[in-house]
Design a protein around this ligand. Sequence first.
Ligand SMILES: Cc1cc2nc3c(=O)[nH]c(=O)nc-3n(C[C@H](O)[C@H](O)[C@H](O)COP(=O)(O)OP(=O)(O)OC[C@H]3O[C@@H](n4cnc5c(N)ncnc54)[C@H](O)[C@@H]3O)c2cc1C
Length: 300
Amino acid sequence: MDFKSRLIDIAGEKNFRENEPMKKHITFKAGGPAAYLVTPDNTDTLAGVIKVCKESRVRYQIIGNGSNVLFTDDGYDGVVIIIGSKMSAIKVDNNVVNAGAGAKLAALASETATNSLTGLEFASGIPGTVGGAIVMNAGAYGGEIKDVIISAAVYDCENDEILILGNEELELGYRQSVIQKKEYIVLEACFELRHGDRDEINEKMKDLNDRRKSKQPLSYASAGSTFKRPEGYYAGGLIEECGLKGFGVGGAKVSEKHAGFVVNTGGASASDILSVIKHVQNTVYGQKNVMLEPEVRIIK
Ligand SMILES: Cc1cc2nc3c(=O)[nH]c(=O)nc-3n(C[C@H](O)[C@H](O)[C@H](O)COP(=O)(O)OP(=O)(O)OC[C@H]3O[C@@H](n4cnc5c(N)ncnc54)[C@H](O)[C@@H]3O)c2cc1C
């Protein structure tokens, strides 16, 4: 069997796409196609896909909701694997919550609020999956994944085994985790929350989401904050001070509403977005002597 037939055999026809535009699957809505796209139903299928890729020496790339990634216009000459809704079960047991890597943070926050559990309010407006949030140690408004996660089950692609990593072993830091350094795929995670008042929890989530709506350019496609926060500064503040608000190339520009966001105003290519990122980095470095590091992960 050839490579493509093996992938279809393992993943199933309905979970397989060829030459799939990645702009359909990422929040920036830009970038080229993936040679193959697979959305596994479960861990066994995922492990099978990885095995076939390794045997055929075809590269692969995991994504979740695609809210912190950008593929170049050339696309991806391997297999993009989406860990999404098919691996998204959420189970609540007293104050401990298990969630599949593909569960959306908004769904997780809502489910925990329904169960009067507090701790994940910060995550309700972050448009990622549990897997992506652990990889990035996503955080907002003073909370981060590190505060609430007990452990994660990961698939170790190098050794073909499932590992359970505790909070410390996940090495969570500012937009960092051990998953970024190893060949691990997050399968599910376990969170410990506290009992609270359901109305207060819902009120807090509403307040944080209202703050988001008033400050962030949510009507445009983006990947959220484009740059990491440099120590001692705010990326948005530096960019604004350099007069870059509204600076654009093609369909991409620095948001006028929040200078920390590069947005796709419609029809931007990945190279438009990357040109804006480069110009912002060069200008801020030239004027402020601070090198901004992209938070969005560029996949080449
Ligand atoms: C409007 C907007 C607002 C945002 N606000 C915030 C915010 O307040 N705080 C914040 O931290 N982020 C924010 N983000 C960024 C983004 O939502 C987070 O980084 C989120 O955690 C990414 O999750 P994802 O599922 O979309 O991951 P993706 O973008 O799909 O992937 C991100 C990285 O994780 C890897 N990955 C994804 N899933 C897995 C998995 N199961 N196993 C192994 N690796 C995996 C990918 O390979 C990639 O390297 C925002 C983005 C947008 C568009």
